[in-house]
Design a protein around this ligand. Structure first.
Ligand SMILES: [Zn+2]
Length: 242
């Protein structure tokens, strides 16, 4: 059986726990893509520089995490641009080249909400945002062998922002009423073992690699290492798209 690979993406960094997470990943030689918020980056540049020097990729996740369908195009552009500048500064200070520019929308909202079934790439706001990302040098790198039909049907392999094929729901325990009962570690680990590849639960599905979404929230710091360990126990290997 071919090795199943995953690209690990970690959103809403940097938190005070980021450096510990980097060291957890370092034990296994895992490199991740960290989608950072500009507002958090300004006071934590040292942790970002540490991540870059450890071989991780820093991606843009807006300045302060609004829903891009709810704000003007001008405000969207400012969100991307201001964080772009901060990331560029972090790479400059790290002494390492920025090899690729990656963007993830807050809430995976590409400008028309996050409902993939109804996502229209010709929606003027969505289209303008994609064009702006292109002009800013953002790209969809080559994520090898992402073979889910729902992924391709939604156009998620061709857009200039980065989506995910597996949401770990590590954010769910923070909700007052956790969706689908994902209230803690036990439930989240069990979710990783489910077999519904065409519903975003394909970690057991050998014919596709995955882009996994986790978060750098301090409140759920305890979930991080056991979740990564479970992915490793499942035989998943990790790589970067460059
Ligand atoms: Zn986020």
């Amino acid at each position: 059986m071919p090795t199943k690979y995953a690209y690990l993406t970690i959103d809403d960094a940097p938190s005070a726990d980021m450096r510990r997470k980097i060291d957890v990943l370092g034990k296994w030689g895992i490199k991740a893509i960290w989608f950072v918020r500009g507002e958090l980056l300004e006071d934590n540049l040292a942790d970002i520089i540490y991540a870059i020097r450890q071989g991780h990729i820093i991606g843009n996740h807006s300045y302060d995490h609004p829903k891009f369908s709810k704000i003007s195009l001008k405000d969207c552009k400012n969100q991307v641009y201001s964080t772009d500048q901060l990331i560029e500064k972090a790479y400059f200070l790290s002494g390492r080249p920025q090899l690729v520019k990656l963007f993830r929308f807050p809430f995976l909202d590409k400008g028309a909400g996050n409902d993939y079934e109804n996502l229209r790439w010709d929606d003027p706001h969505v289209l303008a945002l994609q064009q702006f990302l292109g002009r800013m040098g953002y790209q969809q790198p080559i994520f090898e062998d992402i073979n889910y039909t729902w992924w391709q049907r939604a156009g998620l392999d061709e857009c200039l922002d980065i989506d995910c094929t597996f949401d770990t729901y590590d954010w769910a325990p923070l909700e007052k009423d956790p969706p689908h009962g994902y209230s803690g570690l036990r439930e989240l680990l069990a979710r990783m073992d489910e077999d519904e590849p065409e519903s975003g639960k394909g970690l057991n599905y050998p014919a596709s690699n995955d882009i996994i979404l986790m978060h750098d929230f301090e409140e759920t710091a305890d979930l991080f290492e056991p979740m990564v360990n479970h992915l490793l126990e499942k035989g998943i290997s990790f790589k970067l798209p460059i």
